[in-house]
Unconditional design. Structure first.
Length: 313
């Protein structure tokens, strides 16, 4: 008969089977990755409920119980580093194609309307769900279709640290034009739009404010904490118009015509309110072409894809 322990919490009595609880912890640990006897002992010893009675015999008895329940293991040996490898367990979640489709659609919808840190938490939750799904293809699909899957979370949390705001930071950035390069920036703020995380920053190389896709920031190389910098929260966009838009175009106070011929003109805009600028650009229909910067091209493309997706649904 399983050993029982009385837990007193908030004046409520909760009876826990320590043996059953220990079995679940060991199973969970071995589903995550291969473990040695010593590693399993350490995991149980660090748990407040199972810490009192842990030994190699306890682990072996727990493994024997799991085998009796239908689990299959590779026996620890020199080949596997003396670790238990869980080949199969019968406690898998089975989803029909329709159930699985709904699960993915739910994550997709949530990712559109929640902050990026919550989206990353949802990814972690779905990772745990995938670990108990029996279908390997479904497991892989969960991983392949997760939002923000190309974001390096370590870099994200480092660069979003409020202490870096106003500091000169050197990053390794994968530029579409120049490949991997070192860039000095002043981080300003993080934004999450159209399923992408962007870093608003001042770039010394181009002497302008810009927006970098977090996915392309590979590493933070250096931080200069000795000096604070303040820069305006705006950036320049250069675009070309032609057709009907060319005939009726009137520049706004933040725009300057820098080149003009009989059929088209090139405009430089100092963008401080991005929302209103995008609305203005879209009014030109197919008669405009963004020349620079690349991040704004990408942002506008993502915006148009999102609009089209809304109509398709």
């Amino acid at each position: 008969m399983a050993e029982l322990k009385l837990q007193q919490e908030n004046s409520k009595k909760t009876w826990i089977s320590i043996t059953g609880y220990r079995i679940l912890i060991v199973l969970k640990s071995l589903i995550e990755k291969d473990r040695s006897v010593e590693e399993l002992i350490e995991i149980l010893a660090n748990n407040s409920i199972t810490a009192k009675a842990v030994s190699k015999d306890t682990i072996r008895l727990t493994i024997k119980t799991l085998k009796a329940a239908g689990c299959i293991f590779d026996k620890p040996s020199t080949v596997n580093g003396y670790k238990y490898h869980l080949i199969y367990h019968p406690f898998a979640l089975k989803l029909t194609d329709n159930e699985f489709k709904v699960l993915l659609q739910l994550r997709e919808k949530l990712a559109e309307n929640l902050p990026f840190d919550t989206v990353l938490d949802i990814n972690a939750l779905y990772k745990k769900i995938s670990m108990i799904i029996s279908d390997k293809e479904q497991q892989q699909t969960i991983e392949d279709t997760k939002p923000l899957k190309d974001v390096n979370e370590t870099v994200l949390y480092q660069i979003s640290n409020p202490k870096l705001e106003g500091k000169r930071v050197q990053i390794k950035y994968f530029s579409p034009k120049n490949g991997l390069e070192d860039i000095d920036i002043i981080p300003q703020r993080i934004s999450y739009e159209n399923g992408k995380i962007y870093l608003w920053c001042y770039i010394f190389k181009y002497n302008t404010n810009s927006m970098l896709n977090i996915e392309k920031i590979k590493k933070i190389s250096n931080v200069n904490i000795s000096e604070d910098f303040k820069v305006p929260d705006s950036y320049e966009v250069i675009y070309k118009i032609s057709g009907n838009a060319f005939q009726t175009f009137e520049p706004k106070e933040y725009e300057q015509i820098i080149k003009k011929d009989e059929k088209s003109m090139i405009i430089k805009a100092n963008v401080a309110n991005e929302f209103w600028f995008i609305q203005r650009i879209l009014l030109f229909g197919c008669d405009f072409n963004i020349i620079s910067p690349d991040f704004f091209k990408e942002k506008l493309i993502n915006k148009l894809k999102l609009i089209r997706k809304g109509y398709e649904q």
